[in-house]
Write a protein that binds this ligand. Sequence first.
Ligand SMILES: [Zn+2]
Length: 307
Amino acid sequence: MGVSRLPIKIYTVDVSPKEDVKGDICLYVVDNGEYLTLVEAGPSNGYIRFLNWLEENGFKTDDIKYVLLTHIHLDHGGASGYIARDNSGVTIYVHPKGYPHLIDPSKLWRASLDTIGYVAEVYGEPIPVPKENLVTPEDNEIIDIGEDRFKILYTPGHASHHMSIYLEGERILFTGDSLGLYHGGTVIPTSPKPHNVPKSIESIMKMRSLQPRKLGFTHFGMSDDAVKMIEKYEIVYRKWVKVVEEGYKMGKDITEIYRELKAEDLYINIQERFFRSRGYGEEEVLFSLYGIYSYFEWMDMKSREGS
Ligand SMILES: [Zn+2]
């Protein structure tokens, strides 16, 4: 008999911020038998739900050793300050570009209100995280949890400070928003402004090259057939980019582009059913299309400045 290895347990915890809504936002809890590692902190307004989950499963906030944030947007990193408030010994990993916004979230909060409006209110306002609780990993940094190890991968595109997190032994890739939204077996981009198209594509390639077994989406849940799902995402993403770029060059406005894409992309219709069931609407897809659109506007501006 070899050395016995404790099985790692992985839980998907629903931290959707609206009380009566399920399946909007999740975080992952990895239990190595000794302590917990969280992937994502969830939104501020999902924190009570998370505390209830901990209690129901016989855990305490003090059992959390690490929190690995894919990025600082309110639905992913929002509750970080609450976790640090309730467990002063926790270590939270955040991309160096995200770090200042966890220490002082006021600018992030105002920017969120400006860009996503009432959805920011739904997620809730973050509170500051003490510096002592924060660590800024480098690309490819390893976090050893004894029974397995996490690898940090910089995956910019959705945000310049986005990281995906790979649990190597289990071959589970936690994707944050870098491979879009996963609902009803379909994937579509989530690409609000500021979005970077070539960086997104590079990140997709980087993630595919890992050949993961499963994907852990923050929106929402775990998917098998990871490589196939990444390939599916790449096709959808490239199609969106193509339609938006053509529309932009022809001077079409964003709602026209949206209607065109929706007419030929059935995933949008499937996902919009999920959005509506959670009390959101077509603005989700419009925000994402506008993010891609703005990328082309930005490229145009840069080339005009350069000439
Ligand atoms: Zn998100």
